[in-house]
Write a protein that binds this ligand. Structure first.
Ligand SMILES: [Zn+2]
Length: 305
């Protein structure tokens, strides 16, 4: 995997390295049949100079807008919603400097249909945070939105929630409480299924209620979907933050983002870290199989379609 060495114009001092996580990993009992799928809905273009400290103006990055389906016998979840059919209008409604060239592939709605997916399995969309590029696809999904109180307050009151307020109309909003114990360096958590397989941790700073979604699979593989703690894997590998201007514009609490980013860096090697917008970070997560394959794939995973 390229880490864009060539894109660094200047030498950047990384954040101080955190101590690697040395405690036992939290217990998890993921049931047979749990599985992860990625649903890439498109990309938008951002220059590295705006994405990571020291990035080059010449280096154009394709930012992923990818949803993740977490199958579980007690009900499936989507992590974020990707781009929806109305993404062009959503981009047009952004402040001028936030608009970017984008490419829409297939929406989550279309991909679920193409797979012959049974929507009754879906508990809802769990949002890492309420920004447009994570919620646009709610426009075509008639399922509940799972969100914590801090993020709902941000989403309903902050200018960063403008698109959320449009697309959330007609959806049931299910609030969950982050009243569980500390989890892998984060102070508060919520265990979705009660078996440790899907644990949401509060990582506020990009927005008030931004979260990291930790997923543990029956294979023992652990994943951390970290939303926008950093936009690219560079942030994790090089321990570099967003450029100062973008921290000021994009984050409500840059110090909070820094703390959470370092907590994630401490887990590298134990947990696969996925910044929402890094295409390469999703390598190893299969696409949703086409309709005729779904029965076989889910049978192989030990669950019923
Ligand atoms: Zn984002």
């Amino acid at each position: 995997m390229s880490d864009h060495l060539g894109s660094y114009d200047v030498v950047v001092t990384p954040l101080p390295p955190p101590l690697a996580w040395a405690d036992p990993l939290p217990p998890a009992a993921p049931p047979p049949g749990m599985a992860l799928f990625q649903l890439p809905t498109g990309t938008y273009e951002t220059r590295a100079v705006f994405a990571v400290r020291g990035g080059s103006f010449r280096d154009k990055r394709q930012f992923a807008a990818t949803s993740v389906l977490v199958r579980h016998p007690d009900g499936d979840l989507l992590i974020d919603a990707g781009f929806g059919a109305g993404v062009a209008a959503h981009v047009a409604a952004l402040p001028r400097m936030e608009r970017a060239p984008f490419r829409l592939a297939a929406t989550v709605d279309q991909q679920l249909d193409a797979a012959g997916y049974d929507r009754s399995r879906l508990l809802g969309v769990l949002v890492t945070h309420a920004h447009w590029d994570h919620v646009s696809g709610l426009d075509g999904l008639d399922v509940p939105v799972l969100i914590n109180d801090d993020e709902l307050r941000y989403a309903t009151g902050h200018k960063g929630g403008t698109i959320f307020r449009t697309v959330v109309e007609g959806h049931e909003v299910r609030r969950y409480a982050l009243d569980g114990p500390a989890y892998l360096g984060f102070a508060r958590s919520h265990d979705v299924h009660g078996d440790g397989s899907v644990v949401v941790a509060l990582a506020g700073g990009h927005t008030d209620g931004s979260v990291v979604v930790f997923v543990t699979l029956p294979s023992g593989a652990r994943w951390a979907f970290i939303g926008d703690l950093t936009w690219q894997l560079d942030g994790v590998r090089r321990r570099v933050e967003r450029p100062a201007l973008m921290r000021r514009l994009a984050d409500v609490d840059a110090a909070g983002v820094r703390r959470s980013l370092l907590a994630v860096v401490a887990l590298v090697g134990l947990v696969r870290v996925v910044p929402s917008h890094d295409l390469a970070a999703y390598e190893g997560i299969p696409l949703l199989p086409a309709r005729e394959d779904l029965r076989d794939a889910t049978a192989a995973a030990g669950t019923t379609p």
